[in-house]
Design a protein around this ligand. Sequence first.
Ligand SMILES: [Zn+2]
Length: 247
Amino acid sequence: MKTIALLVAAAGFALGGSAFAKDEPPKAAMPAAKAAAEAANPASTKVKEVSAAITPDAAIKALKDGNTRFTSGKMVKRDLRKQVATTGKGQYPFASIVSCIDSRSGPELVFDQGIGDMFVARVAGNIVNEDILGSLEFASKVAGSKIIVVLGHTSCGAIKGACDDVKMGNLTGLLAKMKPAVASVKETGDRSSKNYAFVEKVAEANVQDTVKAIREKSPVLKEMADKGEIKIVGAMLDVTTGKVLWY
Ligand SMILES: [Zn+2]
């Protein structure tokens, strides 16, 4: 397990799109530089085995490292067409993300990941419903994803709408799912979207609510989390910096 983690750390977890040559010996003992080179050359990495052996903590570290690369402008150079060709044979994503639809919060971008690395469910206000929970259950229980990250973000329009009690078409019902987060934040002054600090506190509470809802409404995922097979964590993207803060 340790060697796998080293391999993944060395590779910056840029493993998406790798092929899964079954007759190759494990690469775990190779020097870090070579491991990184192997990872950069997807056709020679045993992603299926690496993904299966990865721990939830290693998966979180991989995302943290990816965000560091993103914010420092040192993203991994990927041949996306090659990743398409190799992942076409099968996928082994190590992480699942529930994020807002916001145009600034694309998970593959802010975590510097490639094709085949992550499952991503996107909905305004990063909430969960039965369909998203079912999707996450598939991702973790069937496909082997090791973490679920609920990724909120600053200046969220959906959160602002919930704060302002916006009513409009189907949006009304969606925003209602964020109302418990609005109600949970103590603020005696301005409780509208004009109060930036209030909005950010509600966004954080909403992330925590979603993390809690995943555990409470999905016995499948709760059991996996209780056994240490997966972790369910919250995080917040600052859209002014691209930096992700972890809870
Ligand atoms: Zn949003």
